[in-house]
Structures are given as structure tokens and as C-alpha cells.
Ligand binder design. Structure first.
Ligand code: ADP
Ligand code: MG
Ligand code: MG
Length: 258
């Protein structure tokens, strides 16, 4: 099994240090939740791991089985086994869900493929796509829609879960903070994540401000990010505690991190 290891990671935006030494190790098959009040740096962590150009790595490392992720282009990170939902463009004119997935799957499975070389065979791809969609309870028609064009929040989520099921990454980072989904969509998306994670032993990091998604995606490990550092780590009982008490006790306990 592979290991995603984040060590003493420091990241800045516009010259301001936001992440101030984050340490986190995730093994395949583990489900971790990263929680924390607004502005604590949760999205900064996911953008930095995605390689977003606005986020400057000031120090530390992020590796999968020793391979340095931070030096890689976004597509290389995907080939190394990292899935980041939002690294994909929000909408590509004229590209269907199926088309997009066929390219993405080809790139991840044939890492040495050159631009313009053959995609994975249509017949095999279609069959696999049909099977995955059936398993996730998705309407087959969905694959013929144009990617993200007029998608509802729930449909975007569904496309994301389908990507996850088709790409079968070693690790997936899901930043759920601003998804604005209704409760049914949260439940359906979460069940999809659970199914894919269990089947392919994916290591999952769910990043969220709210507890509700964690009633469906059950993390074994819970971390609280505050002031750009992980100040507390524990089990699912931390979620229950935050649900009852909010984040005030974190601010009081770690005034120097604020
Ligand atoms: P979270 O996801 O935990 O709410 P973020 O990672 O979005 O936190 O933000 C962490 C800090 O970085 C906040 O103080 C926020 O104001 C700041 N920040 C986020 N994005 C930008 C940006 N584009 N430019 C400058 N500061 C930013
Ligand atoms: Mg925020
Ligand atoms: Mg955020």
C-alpha cells in the first residue's frame, strides 16, 4: 500500500504564510477528515497539493511513496495516484462526460503515452463506464451530457464520483467546504465515495467545515487545522465534540496559532 506523506508543509499566498508547517500521513484504505474554522487554511492545503499557481510552497514536502508531488505538473500528480476533484476545468465546450473521462483514464493508465497517441479502446471504455455508472446508480444518459454545462451542484458531484470510480486513484482529496449541496446530494455523493474507497482501497482526505458530510463518510482519523497548523488529531469522537462545542475551545486552547 502507498503512503501520502505531508511534512512540515508551508504555503503562502501573495507573500503571506498561510500554512505554517502541516504534518499529515495518509495510507491507502484510510479515511481522514480535515476540519477547522473558516480561514484556517483547509482549501490552501488542497490547492497547494493540486499545484495551483497562486499558492507558493515556502518549505516542507508532499510525497507519494517518496516521489515528490510538489515538483510535478497537475497531470503528473494524477499519474502518481493523486485525485483532486477541482483540478479539472469547470466546463469544456463540446466535451461530453464520456469523452472527458476517456482522455483522463487513458492518461492515468498509460503514463508514457504521448499527446496524439491512441486512447484506450472505445469498446472496453464504454463497457467499463456502463458498469461503473450502473454500480453508482447513475442514468446512462448522463455520460452523453456536456461536461459541467448546466450541471446542478448534485450533478457536478456525481461527475466527480464517476471520475473517482473510473480513475481509481491511490489517494483522493475532496474539499467539500463550498459545495452547497442539499442533503440528498450529500448522501448520494458520500455513498459513492465510500463504495469506491472500499473497493479500490483509496486513501481519502475529506476537507470540510461542516460535520454533516461526516455522518455519511465515516473518517477513522480526524484532524483540526487552525491557523495553518494541525493542532489536534484523533478519532471520530472529535467530530462529535466539534458538533457540540464548535471551535471556540480550539481558539482558547491554541491562542498562539490564531
Ligand atoms: P479555509 O478553506 O480553511 O476556509 P483558506 O485556505 O480558504 O481557508 O484561506 C486561508 C487564509 O488564506 C485566509 O486567511 C484567507 O483570507 C487567505 N486567502 C485565501 N485565498 C486567498 C487569496 N487568493 N489571496 C489572499 N489571501 C487568501
Ligand atoms: Mg473558507
Ligand atoms: Mg475552504
Amino acid at each position: 500500500t502507498k503512503e501520502l506523506r505531508i511534512e512540515d508543509l508551508r504555503v503562502g499566498i501573495d507573500g503571506k504564510e498561510i500554512l505554517r508547517g502541516v504534518n499529515l500521513t495518509i495510507r491507502q484504505g484510510e479515511v481522514h477528515a480535515l476540519m477547522g474554522p473558516n480561514g484556517s487554511g483547509k482549501s490552501t492545503l488542497s490547492y497547494a497539493l493540486a499545484g495551483h499557481p497562486n499558492y507558493e510552497v515556502l518549505g516542507g514536502s508532499a510525497t507519494i511513496d517518496g516521489a515528490d508531488l510538489l515538483g510535478m505538473e497537475a497531470d503528473e500528480r494524477a499519474k502518481a495516484g493523486l485525485f483532486l476533484a477541482f483540478q479539472y476545468p469547470t466546463s469544456i465546450p463540446g466535451v461530453t462526460v464520456a469523452n472527458f473521462l476517456r482522455h483522463a483514464v487513458t492518461n492515468v493508465r498509460n503514463p508514457d503515452r504521448k499527446e496524439g497517441e491512441e486512447l484506450i479502446p472505445m469498446r472496453d471504455f464504454r463497457k467499463e463506464l456502463r458498469e461503473q455508472m450502473a454500480e453508482l446508480g447513475m442514468d446512462q444518459e448522463f455520460a452523453r451530457r456536456y461536461l459541467n454545462e448546466g450541471f446542478s451542484g448534485g450533478e457536478k458531484k456525481r461527475a466527480e464520483i464517476l471520475q473517482l470510480a473510473m480513475l481509481r486513484p491511490a489517494f483522493a482529496i475532496l474539499d467539500e467546504t463550498d459545495s452547497g449541496l442539499d442533503i440528498d446530494a450529500v448522501r448520494i455523493a458520500s455513498e459513492g465515495v465510500n463504495r469506491v474507497a472500499a473497493k479500490h482501497s483509496t486513501g481519502i482526505l475529506v476537507i470540510t467545515h461542516y460535520e454533516r458530510i461526516l455522518t455519511y463518510i465515516k473518517p477513522q482519523f480526524v484532524h483540526i487545522l487552525f491557523g495553518g497548523q494541525i493542532v489536534e488529531s484523533g478519532g471520530p469522537e472529535l467530530v462529535t465534540h466539534l458538533e457540540k462545542e464548535g471551535y471556540d475551545w480550539v481558539r482558547e486552547k491554541y491562542p498562539e496559532a490564531a
